[in-house]
Write a protein that binds this ligand. Structure first.
Ligand code: F6P
Length: 381
């Protein structure tokens, strides 16, 4: 491979190049893909420090997720580069939740498979293994690339917490804290104005975030994608609360929720994305419907990308550190095609194939739902 010019789809990029490693040293690559979340930098730091301190490996950071692999953009990472980033939100490597090498737009806009180019560029970068930190979209691509020969290990992250084969994903806990704080703040203004306050949280197909933040924030009604709501029931609950002297209600709703017999509210379609559907608007819909049916003044807060921002929680820092160092050990042992997963109090290797089989949704009989029902919380049915 040495001596070959790196291929790109678009031309020359300032950071692109060929991996020139120190003789005898192994070289590990790190990539963050999909939507960002708190804890990504902590995970990058853990992979890199474990590689540098324990295995004497060289470390390379891939820029902007799979886009960097397609465009051959990467940067060598030193100890100093990954020092002092534990508490920082986002990912300093950059990410992309649009780029799928199996469906990559050409200049004419036609989607084509550039996965072979990715494999060639990985060879040019001279990597002995690649750690992909991502949610289902990123890890599905990682698994497909693994089947084509890429030496890859996964680390699960997403504020949606909807990945199979791990108990929890990096970013979820921090997002729950942000959402809970928002619900706490809505309580006082809801009380002052005797209003129905609807808060729309992220969570496309799984309602983990709304469930946890809703319970932690004492939401009166929690609506998640897994339990389509009955608007009549929702209106009855807010009216009854009002009659009992509780002159405000807090409704926590996932962006992917839908009424019984109805559908999700799609905000837009991002055509070339691995996960093209972008949701948003269900909060407005339900607030309007409640106000119309009950006459009670209703307001909506869409928390949006605030949920993906900020410093990671202590829990996320701890799991990012554990998953990151474990993933590096997997690369050192050539345990490719695996994902580092949280299982109870342990961190274990699971097959990437298992992790991406389908997304992990909330079981309507989940113990948290049972406890919430026991304390009078409604799920809108
Ligand atoms: O998957 C993570 C997530 O934050 C979802 O909860 C949300 O629907 C989506 O990403 C938003 O994506 P974007 O950043 O493209 O708007």
């Amino acid at each position: 491979m040495r001596g070959n010019k790196p291929r790109t789809t678009h031309g020359v990029y300032p950071e692109q190049g060929r991996g020139v490693r120190v003789r005898g040293k192994k070289r590990i690559g790190i990539l963050t893909g999909g939507g960002d979340c708190p804890g990504l930098n902590a995970a990058i730091r853990a992979v890199a420090k474990t590689a540098l301190l324990n295995y004497g490996m060289e470390v390379v950071g891939i820029r902007d997720g799979y886009l960097g692999l397609i465009e051959n953009r990467f940067m060598p990472l030193s100890y100093e580069d990954v020092s002092g980033i534990l508490t920082h939100g986002g990912t300093f490597l950059g990410t992309s939740n649009k780029t799928n090498p199996f469906k990559y737009p050409s200049s004419s806009g036609k989607l084509r498979d550039v996965s072979s180019l990715v494999l060639e560029n990985v060879e040019l970068m001279d990597l002995d293994g690649l750690v992909c930190i991502g949610g289902d979209g990123t890890l599905i691509v990682a698994y497909k690339l693994y089947k084509k020969g890429l030496k890859v290990v996964g680390i699960p992250k997403t504020i949606d917490n909807d990945l199979m084969a791990t108990d929890v994903t990096i970013g979820f806990d921090s997002a729950v804290i942000t959402a809970t704080e928002a619900i706490d703040k809505l309580h006082s203004t809801a009380q002052s104005h005797h209003r129905v306050m609807v808060i729309e949280l992220m969570g496309r197909y799984a309602g983990w975030l709304a469930l946890y933040a809703g319970v932690a924030g004492g939401g009166d009604i929690i609506i998640i994608p897994e339990i389509p709501y009955d608007i009549k029931k929702v209106c009855k609950i807010v009216t009854e609360r009002y009659k009992k002297g509780k002159r405000f209600s807090i409704v926590v709703i996932s962006e992917g929720a839908r009424p019984k017999g109805g559908s999700m509210v799609v905000k837009r379609i991002v055509k070339d994305s691995a996960e093209p559907v972008r949701l948003g608007g269900i909060g407005n819909k339900i607030a309007n419907d409640i106000e119309k049916a009950t006459g009670l003044e209703s307001r909506v807060t869409v928390l949006g990308h605030l949920q993906r921002g900020g410093s990671p929680s202590p829990f996320d820092r701890v799991i990012a550190t554990r998953l990151g160092s474990f993933a590096c050990e997997l690369v050192a042992k050539q345990g490719f095609g695996k994902m580092a997963a949280v299982k109870g109090r342990d961190v274990k290797a699971v097959d990437l194939k298992e992790a991406v089989k389908h997304i992990r949704r909330v079981n309507p009989k989940h113990p948290i739902i049972q406890s919430a029902l026991a304390v009078g919380t409604s799920f809108g049915v």
